[in-house]
Design a protein around this ligand. Structure first.
Ligand code: I3P
Length: 109
């Protein structure tokens, strides 16, 4: 699955709140491949190598939990992702249908 996703980092690897200055929303092109959600700057091109930044932004979604971010009302169509290493991200999808589809696909991994 792939599509446009905006990301906000809420908690870091140790479960601690992401510090000010790194809490902003950033737009990516998300690609879910195997157990990894790649967050690329540019649109997905199957034959293009991933840049170092792309690899740094990739999130392991094995044993992660995706839910609707019902406690976040500033933006619509936002899901919350808790990873197995205690990071927490918010991801905004372009529509409710896309958000539900991402939740479903992430939780299948
Ligand atoms: C954050 C940025 C986010 C905001 C966040 C700020 O600042 O303005 O958009 O979240 O608020 O800390 P920075 O880019 O300097 O990290 P919202 O869009 O959800 O308001 P927060 O600290 O309350 O999460």
């Amino acid at each position: 699955k792939h599509g446009v996703l905006s990301r906000k980092s809420h908690a870091d690897m140790d479960g601690k709140r992401t510090p000010r200055g790194r809490r902003g929303w950033k737009k990516f092109y998300g690609v879910l491949k195997g157990m990894i959600l790649y967050l690329q700057k540019d649109e997905y091109k199957p034959d293009k190598d991933l840049s170092e930044v792309d690899l740094k932004n990739a999130v392991r979604v094995h044993h992660a939990l995706a839910t609707q971010a019902t406690d976040y009302s500033k933006r619509p169509n936002v899901l919350k992702l808790k990873t197995s290493d205690w990071r927490v991200f918010l991801f905004q999808a372009p529509s409710e249908e896309e958000m539900l589809s991402w939740i479903f696909r992430i939780n299948l991994v």
